[in-house]
Design a protein around this ligand. Structure first.
Ligand SMILES: CC(C)(COP(=O)(O)OP(=O)(O)OC[C@H]1O[C@@H](n2cnc3c(N)ncnc32)[C@H](O)[C@@H]1OP(=O)(O)O)[C@@H](O)C(=O)NCCC(=O)NCCS
Length: 250
């Protein structure tokens, strides 16, 4: 009975071509390998994503919470046709991206999260997933939304995505933007980087173990430095709080 019920609850996953791993040199000279993950690697990813749920900065909190749920969904078979790619530098987890197939020819971009900052690691990972949608899953369009200003600049502006106000995105129920094949081809030469095949020693190292991120995003020391001030766009409450802490105001 329990097994029969599980059969009903578990999505029937469609066959999908694999994402062939690639590697690239980052602006600081380090090498990042981008590859797909196996189901048994998901618990480790959950461990590395969980602390970010508390990082109330640049929308890492909401994105990490959603990524955590999607990864768990993958692990316990509660999400339809999802893929998960990661970027690793020297084995260390640097980025996670995911998305899924919505229907034949249409993809949905779920999330991009960078665990090391300032190197356009997230931008490279996003490009890799668009490449997967277009070149391997053979999608004609990918539905995308942004949850953060940095994400908006990185993806919607850099790719010049088209508005699709009539298509409600499953992430938060907001109107979508679309990456079309034409937009992707325009971006391919400049935004999509990386080479294949990955040299064996590099790929073996990446697959041997996903090491924890060495410098993950953390809460800003000073809340005013965080680029989000949801409740107070002037920052005056934070300034007041800081003055009190420093004993300049009562
Ligand atoms: C959006 C995201 C994936 C972009 O990753 P990325 O391409 O590797 O971006 P980088 O870290 O190189 O730089 C992004 C911005 O962060 C800022 N930044 C860079 N290094 C930083 C650091 N050490 N500390 C704080 N901010 C930093 C810069 O302002 C930079 O802005 P720019 O667009 O003017 O270059 C990443 O910022 C992220 O994971 N954000 C949280 C989750 C999120 O918003 N996901 C996207 C949802 S649409």
């Amino acid at each position: 009975m329990a097994t029969e019920l599980e059969g009903l609850l578990r999505p029937k996953v469609s066959d999908a071509p694999p994402y062939p791993a690639k590697f690239m040199q980052l602006a600081n000279g380090e090498t990042m390998v981008v590859r797909s993950v196996e189901r048994d690697e998901i618990p480790l990813l959950l461990e590395y994503v969980q602390p970010l749920i508390k990082v109330e900065r640049d929308f890492y909190d909401i994105v990490a919470a959603r990524v955590f749920a999607e990864l768990l969904g993958q692990y316990v078979h509660r999400i339809q046709d999802q893929y998960v790619l990661i970027g690793q530098i020297d084995g260390e987890l640097a980025t996670i991206v995911n998305g899924r197939t919505l229907s034949p020819g249409i993809g949905v971009s779920l999330h991009t999260i960078a665990l090391r900052r300032g190197l356009r690691i997230g931008a490279h990972a996003f490009a890799a997933k668009m490449e997967y949608h277009m070149d391997y899953l053979n999608h004609e369009e990918v539905m995308i939304v942004a949850e953060s200003p940095i994400g908006f600049r990185r993806f919607l502006v850099e790719y010049n995505l088209e508005k699709r106000p009539q298509v409600i995105h499953e992430l938060g129920g907001v109107p979508s933007y679309a990456l079309t094949r034409e937009t992707f081809e325009k971006a391919r030469g400049t935004l999509v980087v990386g080479r294949r095949p990955v040299p064996k020693d590099l790929l073996d190292k990446a697959k041997a173990e996903i090491l924890p991120p060495s410098d993950p995003p953390v809460m800003a020391q000073d809340l005013l430095a965080a680029s989000r001030s949801v409740y107070d766009s002037t920052g005056s409450a934070f300034r007041g709080q800081r003055s009190k802490q420093e004993g300049r105001a009562k």
